[in-house]
Structure formats: C-alpha cells, structure tokens
Write a protein that binds this ligand. Structure first.
Ligand code: NDP
Length: 330
C-alpha cells in the first residue's frame, strides 16, 4: 500500500516538498470496517486550506499524517453485513491506495449507472455544490444574467451549463486560458466567456454584461468579486462558493475595493458550504444524472495516473492545469 502524508505546512504556494509518499503494509479492517482499494481519488481546492494550521470549517490535516479526501474504491474485505467484497463505495479516505473505512462512513455506488469518476465530480460533491449554490443559495430565475468565475473547473462548468438548462437569459464565464474560454463557448454553451488574464476583469465583465448581472457564482474572490459588484443589478444575488485567488496569498488581498456598493445595490451576498445542502442530493441526482446520461450536461475530467502523482495533480489543479474535475486514477 502507498499513502501521501503532509510533510510540512506550506507558506504561500505549496510545493512537492510539503508531501511525502510512504509505502506501508496493507491495513487490516476491524469490526464494523471495510478494507477498500481506492480506484479514483479527488484533489480539491479546499485541501489547500486544510494544509494550513488555521482552523476553518474543516479540521487542518496533521503534519506527518496521511491526508484524506473524497475517493471511490472497491471493497476487498468486509466485516459488516450489507457490504461484500467487490462492492464499490464512496468514502472520505483518499490520498492512499488502501483504506480501512468505517462502514458507517461509506456509501455504496452503482458502477453500472455512471462512470466511477462522476461520483467525485459532476454527480458528486462538486456537482452538488453547483446545483445547491445556483438554485438554492442564489435562487436563479429564468431570464437572469448569470456570471460564474472559475467557469472551466469542476464546479463552475456545471454552474454555467445548469444555468443555461434552467433558462438563464445570458450565461457569462471567466477562466484562465484562451483554450478554456473556447471550451466554454463552443462545448459548454456559455453565451460569453473571457480570459481573466488578458485584461482587467471589471473591463471584460462590463463588456460581456452590458445590462448587468443578476446572479454571481463566486469561485475566485478578489478582483472577480469586485468586478461582479460593479456589474451587479439592483437586488442581484451572489452565491459565494470559494475564493481560490486568495488561497495561496501571503498578504491580505486588496480587492474588492467597492464592497460598500453592496448597500446601494441592495445585494444579497451569501456564503455557503455544500455540506449544509446534502438534503438536496436526491433531487440533484434525479435531475442531473439523466442530463449527464443524455449528454445535455457535459463533464470534462482531467485525469492523472498513479498515487505518486497525486501531489503534482493537486498543485497543477491549483495552477489551473485542469479543465473540469481534476482526478487521480489508481
Ligand atoms: P476547479 O476544478 O475549478 O479547479 C481550480 C481552478 O481554479 C483552476 O483550474 C484554475 O482555473 C482556477 N484558479 C486558480 N487560481 C486562480 C486565480 N488566482 N484566479 C482565478 N482562478 C484561479 O476546482 P473546484 O471546481 O473543485 O472548486 C472551485 C471553487 O469552489 C473553489 O474556490 C473551491 O474552494 C470552491 N468549493 C466550495 C465548496 C463549498 O462547499 N462552498 C465545495 C467545492 C468547491 P483557471 O485556469 O481558470 O485559472
């Protein structure tokens, strides 16, 4: 077995030196536990937060200990009624090839119903985040102009496509390369997309949204949030999902400098955590799984092979190498 441990806490951008890869004995399951061989593991932006000591909504990873996160794997041994060898389960002990999982923390998934990777992406945590944030938190309505940042990523790509499918008037996305911008326009049906690295976001958004925006789904924070406040119509609703532009910052960010405009524009800016929206999971799956099956909702994945490449996959995701969900296949 092989596992990835947190070697040290990063200051600013993490590097490979913050991780160690260790070969270990295959662990043994005790009562109530399953031995799982992981097949797909997730690397996600929130893991950057957990590498730091600062307490946040998720506990920090411990230095010297194996990291964890979403994973799908096959049961090799079960001591529990209801789980058998060969079952495929979704659980929270990624970053390792073999995991001993409490059966209570494992959910069986159907490998016939959808590719395993989708349970970590479009039909999993990131898809539910998009669904809950857009429809529940931002209360998107037909005809709304919707702006989503990080639009070519796992969450953002689902936000934009769902907004279109739900009758948004205009869907605008930003991403960090011209290739991603082309993908948003040509493959995912965004009405407008721009590369935030090409010119100031406020300028590009003003051009993309001459009549303003009604919903902003924020994955990025900083100057994207400032631009969205500027472009916001009266009573616009902002779902604040993440602020990835700040995760590796060592200084507090300057933007948004126009936060006081939240008052005059009567904006609703609401942060949310997907963990509070699991009650929507059944509805989300019932609605979104058929859209994925029929191809109406596309899901790109960027897949890296091998547990030893997991740290690099995580670093590459933070730097924007992924289109859609970044995954590690074992
Ligand atoms: P993504 O698949 O979007 O991957 C991260 C992407 O962020 C990169 O591909 C990169 O794309 C972009 N990025 C990196 N740095 C910057 C920057 N400085 N400015 C703008 N974009 C940047 O990840 P996820 O879809 O998993 O997550 C997206 C956001 O959602 C994150 O903020 C995450 O923390 C948040 N999140 C929140 C949840 C919640 O419950 N609230 C749950 C899940 C995710 P590019 O090439 O375009 O720069």
């Amino acid at each position: 077995a092989t596992e990835v441990r947190l070697a040290s806490r990063p200051e600013g951008w993490p590097t490979l030196d913050n991780f160690t890869i260790v070969d270990t004995e295959v662990p043994r399951p005790g009562p109530g536990q399953l031995l799982v061989r992981n097949l797909e593991i997730s690397v996600d932006p929130y893991m950057r937060g957990r590498m730091s000591a600062a307490k946040s909504y998720a506990e920090p990873y411990e230095v010297g200990k194996v990291m964890h996160g979403g994973a799908v794997g096959e049961v090799l041994e079960s001591t529990v009624d209801g789980f058998a060898r060969g079952d495929v389960v979704l659980h929270g002990l990624g970053w390792r090839t073999h995991a001993v999982v409490e059966a209570a923390h494992a959910a069986r998934v159907d490998p016939e119903a959808a590719p395993l990777s989708t349970y970590l992406g479009v039909l999993g945590m990131t898809g539910l985040t998009a669904y809950a944030g857009l429809l529940d938190v931002a209360q998107m309505k037909e005809g709304d102009t919707v702006f989503v940042s990080g639009a070519a990523g796992a969450v953002g790509s689902v936000v934009g496509q769902l907004a279109k499918l739900k009758g948004a008037g205009r869907v605008i996305g930003s991403a960090g390369s011209d290739d991603k911008v082309r993908h948003l326009r040509e493959d995912l049906g965004f009405d407008v997309a721009f590369n935030y690295k090409n010119a100031p976001v406020t300028e590009q958004l003003a051009q993309a949204a001459a009549d303003g925006i009604d919903v902003y789904f924020d994955n990025v924070g900083g100057d994207h949030l400032e631009a969205a406040i500027e472009a916001a119509n009266l009573h616009a609703r902002f779902a604040v999902c993440g602020m990835i532009s700040t995760y590796n910052a060592t200084e507090p960010p300057a933007a948004p400098r126009n936060l006081t405009k939240v008052v005059g524009k009567r904006l609703t800016i609401r942060g949310f955590l997907v963990g509070d929206h699991f009650h929507l999971r059944e509805r989300f799956l019932a609605e979104v799984a058929p859209l994925v099956r029929s191809g109406q909702l596309k899901h790109q994945e960027t897949v890296v092979e091998g547990i030893r490449n997991a740290p690099q996959a995580f670093l590459d995701m933070l730097a924007g190498a992924n289109t859609g969900k970044m995954l590690v296949r074992l």
